[in-house]
Design a protein around this ligand. Structure first.
Ligand SMILES: Cc1cc2nc3c(=O)[nH]c(=O)nc-3n(C[C@H](O)[C@H](O)[C@H](O)COP(=O)(O)O)c2cc1C
Length: 485
């Protein structure tokens, strides 16, 4: 009921930009302010600690040595559920399942809102062109010790347009600063920005692009979660929050630049100019794509607000911040996509953070017919939420808690017989970040689908599981729990 009501309400979020979001989070006691911490090493090491610690706050670094006061870096913004709830305009004490249901209801009801064009906004408080551009003016941290450079873009959004249609896309692709006016942009094969890029490059044209290096957390979610092709994440995010995003038109590209973003780099990515990009610590927990020659992005105009804030989301060994919040959102999306693909009676889905919400996904079904489990497994491995760089999909019966690794592994160990219950999918969508594929051979990988449901044909004879039921267990604890104290 609550989900439906919220889905139907108009404007869902009370903040206009990252700054107002920070006020909300600060009021909840979820934000720490730190001054005087260096970009060379300490911001990165503190961020890793926060991202890997339950209950850690968001941290806003200011007065970074060598930089003006006010030039800030925000990290671990959405590492805990109350802060994700603020982003979505939900009660900060919302439970995981409620949050997922609410997200699903909004996804079902979502109507994209075209951006509202405006002629001015805070992002244009400072504009630089040509020689006046200096990307070193921001305190971009060295996020990991072995990184090949300083990354201004981690919690970023790269806005591009399909040269063959009106489709404007925004995706989070890492941005390493090469020099005052040039960066790298690493886009994995198959991502929408990569498809756009190759269409321009095939014509020998540079790709126009805008990089947002600081923005409100809902825009960031839109940018880094899998949204269907031909959908603008800016319009999608407008629909999700119930209010269109106001955007300026980029002077050089005509691309939309959100008026309340913090930092925007407008320019072109060139097919015939390449520089070494990486290595960079990646979400699999490795420097797997090492360093490669990648196209260079030349910045034609730099826009930023007074006292700009970099949104820092450097990947770490999973699970880290992005996995903490995407565990809810990608799991809800996987469950929804299974439903939309016509797989009946999917009772739960969970993209485990330990697999980076991609490598180890579990689906629970109430088995209805022979072949149902394989259908669920294969769709989960190949739908939009599960296709890129997956590895293991497990299908379990609905008595298994998909979020509990012990239960899932128990089901695998006791209900699946390898000869009967493993399916392989070969030549699936992977890419340079896949640590299990040898350098020089990256591109495809294989998937294993483990059917850990009770075998359909003799499910009635399958040995009964030892209790107790959750209710019985609760009663035991009520009556005898004192023994544990
Ligand atoms: C912190 C973070 C960093 C990311 N960095 C990259 C990256 O460097 N390159 C990339 O292709 N995808 C990266 N991704 C994943 C994409 O943002 C994600 O797959 C998104 O859905 C891509 O948008 P698209 O589907 O419109 O291409 C990153 C995600 C997060 C959360």
């Amino acid at each position: 009921m609550m989900a439906q009501q919220a889905a139907m309400s108009q404007q869902r979020t009370s903040y206009r930009d990252l700054r107002e979001w920070l006020q909300r989070v600060d009021a909840l006691g979820e934000l720490r302010h730190l001054s005087g911490v260096g970009w060379e090493e300490d911001i990165g090491r503190i961020t890793e600690m926060l991202q890997h610690t339950d209950g850690a706050p968001a941290v806003l670094f200011d007065e970074v040595p060598g930089y003006p006061k006010g030039y800030r870096v925000l990290v671990n913004a959405q590492g805990e559920r109350p802060r994700l709830a603020v982003t979505l305009g939900l009660p900060s004490n919302i439970g995981a399942l409620e949050l997922m249901d609410e997200w699903t209801a909004r996804m079902d009801a979502l109507q994209a809102l075209p951006v509202e064009w405006v002629s001015d906004g805070p992002i244009a408080e400072n504009v630089f062109e040509g020689e006046a551009i200096d990307l070193w003016k921001f305190p971009s941290p060295m996020w990991h010790q072995e990184d090949g450079g300083r990354y201004l873009g981690t919690g970023d959004g790269v806005i591009t347009k399909d040269p063959e249609s009106d489709w404007v896309n925004m995706g989070t692709y890492r941005v390493m600063v090469h020099d005052e006016r040039h960066t790298g942009i690493y886009i994995s094969p198959g991502k929408h920005g990569y498809i756009h890029r190759n269409k321009y490059f095939d014509q020998g044209q540079p790709m126009p692009a805008v990089v947002l290096a600081g923005m409100d957390p809902l825009l960031f979610i839109a940018s880094c979660i899998e949204i269907a092709p031909n959908v603008s994440e800016l319009e999608w995010a407008g629909g999700m929050r119930g209010r269109a995003y106001e955007c300026l038109r980029g002077r050089y590209t005509g691309l939309p630049i959100p008026a309340y973003a913090e930092i925007a780099l407008e320019g072109f990515l060139y097919p015939d100019r390449q520089r070494l990009e990486g290595p960079f610590g990646e979400w699999t927990g490795y420097y797997a794509s090492a360093s490669r020659q990648e196209p260079v992005f030349e910045v034609k105009a730099l826009y930023h607000r007074h006292d700009p804030i970099i949104l820092g989301v450097p990947p770490q060994k999973p699970p880290y911040e992005a996995h903490r919040f995407r565990e809810y959102l990608r799991s809800a999306n996987l469950r929804r996509e299974l439903r939309l693909a016509g797989v009946p009676d999917v009772t739960a889905a969970w993209c485990h953070g330990v697999g980076g919400c991609r490598l180890f996904n579990v689906v629970a079904i109430k088995q209805r017919y022979p072949g149902h489990a394989r259908m669920a497994g294969h769709v989960a491995a190949m739908c939009r939420a599960g296709a890129y760089l997956g590895r293991i999909v497990v299908v379990v019966d609905d008595d298994i808690d998909v979020t509990d690794l012990n239960e899932v592994v128990w089901a695998i160990c006791t209900r699946a017989d390898p000869e009967r219950d493993l399916d392989l999918i070969k030549r699936a969508w992977s890419g340079p970040l896949d640590p299990a594929i040898r350098p020089g051979e990256k591109g495809f990988n294989s998937r294993i689908i483990i059917d850990a449901t009770r075998p359909w044909e003799w499910r009635a004879e399958f040995p009964p599981a030892i209790g107790p039921t959750p209710e019985y267990k609760r009663e035991t604890r009520e009556k005898w729990g004192w023994i544990l104290k």
